[in-house]
Every structure is written in C-alpha cells, then in structure tokens.
Write a new protein. Structure first.
Length: 392
C-alpha cells in the first residue's frame, strides 16, 4: 500500500427535487451575486433554469447568466464569462449541467481570481492561487467534475485540449437529482457510463501496488456501472439505475477509487484529449475507441492487474494462463462497449486521421504530458503514435 492524501470537501445533496434547495445552499456558502452557467436550451426547455431562478429569488440573491457551453468547452466562452463576472461583481458561480459546464465554470473561476492569463494554468505555465467558489446542479452523470479537482478546456487557437488539477476548484456543493438525467439522449447516457468506467480503470491499472479495500471499491463500482447501464439501455427512465450511475460518477473521480494503489495511469484520457481536441468527438466515445488498443499495448507490463480485472469485474474463470485471462477481460470490455453502442476503434468513431494527423496527435500528446504518460506502462511519443495508428 502506498501513502496517500484524501480530500473531498464537496457537500452532496442527492435525490428527487434536490435542486429546489439551491438558493439556500448558495446563501450558506456566502454567495451575494451569482453567475448561472449552463449549456444549451435543454436546461431552459425542461424548466430547470426557471426553478433555479425561483429558488435564488426566494433567498434574495441576484444573478446573471451565461449559456452556450458545448462539449469540449471552449476557452473563448471562458473569457466571456470572466469579463461578465468582473463587470457584474460576481462572487459565486453556479454550474447547471454536466462536466463541460462545470469545467467551464472552474476555468472562469480561475480567470477571475488570478492575475495572469487563465490559459497559462492549462498549459502548466502557472499555478492557480485561488478560484471563485462554485456550486453544481448536475444534469449528466459522466465526468465526476462535480467532486473532482479537475477541469479540461479546449483552446480554439490550435485546438489544444488541456487539463488542470487543483483543489482550489473543487465545488462547494453538488446537487444531484437523478431525474434530471432522464431526458438525455441514449448516446449521451452511454458516453457518460463509459467515462465513469474509464475514470476508475485509469486508477485501477497500476504497476505500483494495491490496497485491498480500494480495489474492492473500484471493482464494485465498475460492476455497478456495467449492470445499471444495461438497465438504462432498455429502460432510460429507471430512477434507481440513474441514481446508481450518478453516484458512481462522483465516486469514480473524487480519488476514492485510487487511494493507496499508486495508480493514476490516465494515458487513455490524455490520448483522447488530443483526439477530441482535433476532431471534436464525444469524450466517452473517444475513450472507448482508444481503450482496447491501449490495453493490448500495455497489458503485459501490468499483467496481474489485468488478470484481476478480468476475474473480479467480468467474471472470467481463473483457468488458463494469466495472459489468456487478461485478454478475455479486455475482450469482455470491448464487447460491453459494443453492447451499449460505443465505438471500439477510430473507424467506428467516424474519424479517419491521416498519417500526418496521427503524427500531430502523438506530438501534441507528448508535449501536453511533458514527454511521457502512464503507470501501467510508461508511454513516450513513439508509443502514443503506435496506439493511435493501431486504433485506426
């Protein structure tokens, strides 16, 4: 077992109608003027935005609003939000949406409170010293950003997608009503489940040790996501399945599933960031398109974990060689992705990168990661290119 520090300060308010408490929660955390930040028209059409405004009006907290967040959230909108917050003396941001909205809110919070260019944080040229406090009304179970220290932003200048990690941006509270996810298109629900699984797997596949309790939590979480995603594939309105998936999304990315095991591989995520930065694909679909190729590239260097994954998560029988068992686990994962209509290669994703684009993807990924990434197996630029190439 490795040493670790666990910090998860976000207050979670979970269940039906929980969004009705948003005004009092904002007041409890000292908000005096709020930016309501959201994505497209679904928040308005569903009546959720009006319910939130009514709750804020009830506690006499003024607000301004900024919509327009898109998947792979853009730096240009972050800058627009920064300007609005400064003009209106906003001291609290309320993110209403999924991971893209939350990440955009975090970046705005950084930009308002630090005296250097916000993109420097994502390029690792500077470290944040503060962030505006953020609250969340979650409408999509996927990224886990509602309890994490992570934010990922895309810069349209060069289409660079970069992430940052800092405890300053952890949300003060997260309101989670599973009912708010029931209107999602099936594709988004399946992408969300894929992202949740990947956040857990990125911590699970490690060559640096293990912790029995952490492994058990991670394995149970993955089995729970798999079984309940299958339920939602047939019945999207199953509240209990929605609730299981929503809570799993938060626990998968608040660091709980990697404590003590020396993990945090995140190679597939970093490879996918460049893919969705260049081609603007859905994050979950990009992950599933790359994962099988990554797994086959690294599994021999992390054979014990891949064998354990196959047995404990997929129920593969403990017979045959370790390599045979590990490969059956990889195959079972890809079969599941196909079952939920997720791609397992770039062709199925609808992306056909040229040789030049493959080289550019690998180069960008190497630059973004400081030359190397991975824990199950350390990957360098040549390895990154090999994985992109094999995933075509």
């Amino acid at each position: 077992m490795n040493n670790f520090t666990f910090y998860a300060p976000t207050k979670v308010v979970f269940g039906k109608n929980s969004e009705c408490n948003v005004g009092m929660l904002c007041k409890d955390f000292g908000a005096s003027k709020i930016l309501i930040h959201f994505g497209g028209g679904s928040v308005e059409k569903s009546g959720l935005l009006n319910r939130i405004k009514k709750s804020l009006d009830g506690v006499c907290i003024p607000y301004v609003q900024l919509g327009g967040v898109v998947p792979n959230p853009r730096l240009s909108l972050v800058r627009e939000g920064m300007a609005l917050c400064k003009k209106e003396n906003v001291d609290f941001i309320l993110a209403v949406g999924g991971g893209s909205v939350i990440d955009s809110a975090k970046a705005i919070g950084y930009g308002v409170t630090n005296d250097f260019d916000v993109w420097d944080i994502f390029e690792k040229k500077n470290s944040p010293k503060n962030c505006l406090p953020i609250g969340v009304v979650l409408t999509l179970a996927a990224s886990g950003s509602e309890m994490s220290n992570s934010a990922v932003i895309t810069n349209e200048d060069g289409w660079k997608k970069r992430g940052s990690n800092s405890d300053f941006c952890r949300p003060k509270f997260a309101i989670m009503n599973p009912e708010l996810t029931m209107t999602l298109p099936k594709f988004q629900t399946m992408c969300g489940s894929t992202d949740i699984l990947m956040h857990t797997m990125e911590r699970y596949f490690t060559s640096n040790g293990n912790m029995q309790l952490t492994d058990g939590i991670a394995e149970s979480l993955m089995r729970t996501v798999i079984s309940n995603t299958r339920i939602l594939l047939k019945n999207p309105n199953d509240y209990d399945a929605r609730a299981e998936i929503m809570w799993a999304g938060s626990l998968s990315h608040n660091d709980l599933t990697g404590l003590g095991n020396g993990g945090n591989d995140f190679a597939t995520h970093r490879l996918e960031h460049e893919l969705s930065g260049m081609f603007d694909v859905a994050h979950g679909a990009g992950l599933s398109a790359l994962w099988g190729t990554w797994a086959r590239y690294v599994y021999k260097d992390c054979l014990a974990r891949f064998k354990k994954f196959a047995i404990e998560v997929w129920g593969v029988k403990n017979s045959g060689t370790d390599e045979e068992i590990a490969l059956k686990g990889i195959e079972a994962t890809e079969d599941f992705y196909r079952e939920i209509n997720m791609p397992t290669n770039l062709r199925e994703l609808g992306v056909k990168p040229t040789d030049e684009q493959i080289t550019e993807l690998a180069k960008k990924c190497a630059i973004a990661t400081g030359g190397k990434v991975g824990n199950a197996k350390v990957l360098y630029e040549e390895d990154m290119r090999n994985i992109y190439e094999a995933a075509r």
